[in-house]
Ligand binder design. Structure first.
Ligand SMILES: [Zn+2]
Length: 343
């Protein structure tokens, strides 16, 4: 299976607050023999992020194993019109709607998910709040209920507040290109001066926006050249409303609601999870976006309440997003995820 064999079936749906979303059902050469899996992208990314060129992607591997693959563009996707969002908005409105849609179309009794970064955080929030009872397994990468960031990232959260004061609704990785205001140009120049590790402006901007390190989101040695070039046109707007919730959660030591609403708890890792979903938590040992202690603490929380149910994988030689984009991920990472999905 390669990208050329995929046949895409787009589905248009609305979140529970009316926000437009899309799902892409990906068909391979034969009918699926296993149940539905929803892939949930990270912040500033999109459903397509799971199909980079130059590698055997997770989508290829899942289709070859007979899974029914659904790529989800939640409201933070750069393929949708930008809206300011919080993690609460996504947990409350997007994931429950997507899970219901897939269950309704397929007739399956449960779905499994593979979720990255803030796709994982928000799905984990939906699960522990009891909003997605149809999810049986959550393969989570990078971070879920406890965002632990490098000190430099925490300092940057304060810098970003200056953008909020200046009235910017978004930090845009595409400021690499312009057209732009003087503020955008200055931001870009400062970032490119700081990030001399490669000449890819998106790689530099993403390092600034989403982590601490040179680069922050992957080890260059893990990426095929064609994948690194492709990144040039990936990543987009990240709303400062998200950073505000991340900063509040950082101070609290766990994800906290930005304001109390309906079934959402004030603190997400306080009460026992209202979920029977099994979590398989993954992170790279060299993750410089969210430190590996993020997933370790969530694993400890889950194990305390539901002993023997969940698992934790710390991947040597990996960072944050190279877990999905790495040129050896189909050997070193995806088999572990498939084992978790089959359990
Ligand atoms: Zn780079």
């Amino acid at each position: 299976m390669t990208r050329a064999d995929h046949r895409d079936e787009p589905h248009f749906l609305r979140a529970d607050d009316g926000t437009p979303l899309t799902l892409i059902r990906v068909r391979g050469g034969r009918e699926p023999t296993r149940g539905p899996v929803i892939l949930i992208h990270g912040v500033g990314m999109r459903a397509e992020s799971f199909r980079p060129p130059g590698i055997r992607s997770l989508v290829d591997v899942l289709l070859d194993e007979g899974w029914d693959v659904w790529l989800f563009n939640w409201r933070g996707s750069i393929d949708l019109d930008p809206v300011p969002w919080t993690l609460d908005d996504v947990a409350l409105n997007d994931h429950p709607a997507a899970v219901r849609h897939v269950l309704g179309i397929t007739g399956a009794s449960a779905v499994k998910v593979v979720a990255h970064c803030q796709g994982s955080t928000t799905m984990s929030m939906s699960a522990v709040a009891g909003l997605v009872p149809g999810v049986a397994t959550i393969v989570s990468n990078g971070v879920s209920l406890h965002p632990h960031m490098p000190v430099v990232s925490r300092v940057k959260l304060h810098v970003l507040r200056q953008l909020v004061r200046a009235g910017e609704p978004y930090l845009d990785v595409a400021w690499r290109d312009g057209p732009e205001t003087a503020r955008h140009a200055l931001t870009r120049m400062a970032i490119r001066t700081w990030h001399v590790e490669c000449g890819n402006p998106t790689c530099n901007m993403a390092s600034f926006a989403l982590g601490a390190g040179h680069p922050a989101l992957w080890l260059h040695s893990n990426l095929a050249r064609v994948t690194h070039d492709w990144l040039r046109y990936e990543f987009g707007k990240i709303p400062l409303s998200f950073y505000a919730q991340l900063a509040a959660s950082d101070r609290a030591g766990q994800i906290v609601a930005i304001r109390a609403r309906g079934p959402l708890p004030g603190r997400y890792a306080e009460a026992p999870p209202k979920s029977t979903a099994r979590f398989a938590l993954f992170t790279g040992a060299q993750n410089r976006s969210f430190l590996p202690s993020s997933q370790k603490e969530t694993f400890a929380f889950l194990r305390r309440h539901q002993p023997g149910r969940h698992s934790l994988h710390v991947l040597a030689g990996y960072g944050h997003t190279d877990v999905f984009l790495g040129r050896r991920a189909h050997h070193e990472v995806f088999p572990k995820m498939l084992t978790e999905l089959r359990r």
